[in-house]
Design a protein around this ligand. Structure first.
Ligand SMILES: Nc1ncnc2c1ncn2[C@@H]1O[C@H](COP(=O)(O)OP(=O)(O)O)[C@@H](O)[C@H]1O
Ligand SMILES: [Mg+2]
Length: 402
């Protein structure tokens, strides 16, 4: 294949290793400076120019977009997608991962652990927010920080309030997050490629430091992840729309807690401490996927008038419970079931004989008018039952807003 690596750092360890791995496998590879592209738009012809010349044809693009050029970089990636070039990470995936609030918002409705987090603006909301995440000591984070710089631990509620007020007065958006004390000074980095974790390490902070970032002096050791951690990492990457990702997790007492997902994870630390050929795994994965460029199914499938994608939820007591997909007669109403979601299980192309259960969700494509009646008014508003954390975090009934 012919692979383009989008990067502004051709000499960085990660870029060098990816080039080397591609060459070892007899692929043609070029490092393309993200900022040297021009994006051309014309009816029917999305196009890219590189250093003033029309970009030659590439089979795949591996974006390595630094945090300081997210806007331009994702625009270039989006253009590659529109030109049907396979992109190892999509523009939407990269955008999702760049913002700690946005990524936790997307993850929070799924079955993956995240530390309880709040985002507030009004001064009056600060104190109740701190209390909701478990009170002091509490973690305060800038939304777009990296290398641990924008992360603080406030020892008392008073200190937390002061820090939040100061940061907000400087027009900084901050997250208030539960301090996962049992994971103090440690975190797990899982390197996800496709639907696998190809390498993992634990980073351990030194001395009194609670942040385990390597840039803060953290020391890395290779780890063998349990299935729970592996599955959580892969799911988090997939939910955010990333196929190559560094997933950072805290080791909470109830299992993995996702802190952030990085869309251009570095290779140096993880290859050095695990001795694994992570770059090779990335290249092999891209070579295997290259024939399937990203398709925005929702966009493509809604272009036919009156047709679209919808999710049908099957609540307890629904007449669909215990019935096979064939017997629901969805097909007769021009509705196709694409995927069945059952708890944390995902069943693509479910067989017609499969029996439905309460709480199943069906991702369907079909006539919108027929599907409308399948989405009962009540579940349209609240799709999920309340599930409370058994150990902690049980909110008092009287503090639940209407
Ligand atoms: N809620 C938390 N509880 C305990 N430790 C945390 C928490 N959030 C962050 N940390 C520690 O701080 C480090 C940096 O936080 P992170 O959110 O990853 O920010 P950055 O993007 O700057 O790396 C983490 O690697 C972890 O060691
Ligand atoms: Mg981090």
């Amino acid at each position: 294949m012919k692979l383009g690596i989008l990067s502004c750092g051709p000499n960085s360890y990660s870029t060098r290793r990816l080039v080397e791995a591609a060459q070892q496998r007899n692929h043609t590879v070029r490092v393309l400076n993200t900022l040297k592209f021009a994006i051309d738009l014309q009816q029917g012809v999305p196009d890219l120019y590189y250093r003033q010349k029309a970009l030659s044809s590439y089979d795949a693009i591996l974006p390595r977009i630094g945090a300081s050029i997210t806007y331009y970089g994702t625009a270039v990636v989006r253009q590659c997608q529109e030109m049907d070039i396979f992109c190892a990470n999509t523009a939407a995936g990269i955008t999702n991962s760049r913002d700690k609030l946005r990524s936790l918002q997307i993850l929070s409705r799924h079955h993956v652990g995240i530390p309880r987090t709040t985002f507030v603006r009004d001064k009056k909301d600060v104190l109740p927010a701190i209390e909701r995440v478990g009170g002091a000591p509490v973690v305060i984070k800038l939304i777009e920080g990296t290398q641990g710089i924008g992360v603080l631990l406030a020892e008392s509620t008073k200190a937390a309030e002061g820090i939040i007020e100061l940061l907000q007065s400087q027009k900084q958006n901050v997250l208030i997050q539960k301090f996962v004390a049992e994971s103090k000074g440690k975190d797990i980095r899982a390197f996800v490629v496709g639907d696998r974790v190809v390498a993992a390490m634990r980073r351990v902070a030194q001395g009194q430091e609670f942040r385990s970032n390597v840039h803060r002096g953290g020391v890395a050791e290779a780890v063998e992840l349990s299935e729970e951690y592996t599955e959580t990492a892969v799911r988090a990457a997939q939910i955010l729309g990333l196929r190559v990702a560094g997933v950072d997790m805290l080791e909470g007492k109830n299992g993995p807690q996702i802190m952030e997902v990085n869309s251009s994870p570095g290779l140096e630390g993880i290859e050095t401490c695990t001795g694994l050929d992570v770059a090779g795994s990335v290249i092999d994965y891209i070579a295997a996927q290259v024939d399937f460029p990203e398709i925005d199914i929702r966009q493509r499938l809604t272009i036919s008038k009156g047709y679209g994608v919808s999710e049908i939820y099957i609540p307890e007591g629904s007449h669909f419970v215990g019935v096979s997909i064939a017997a629901t007669e969805l097909a007769e109403q021009d509705i196709n079931v694409l995927t069945l979601y059952r708890g944390s299980k995902i069943i693509p192309n479910p067989k017609k004989e499969r029996l439905l259960e309460a709480d199943d969700k069906l991702l369907c494509y079909g006539k919108l008018e027929s599907m409308r009646s399948m989405v009962p008014a009540k579940t349209r508003r609240r799709r999920r039952p309340e599930v409370l954390d058994l150990v902690t975090d049980v909110p008092n009934a009287d503090t639940t807003a209407e």
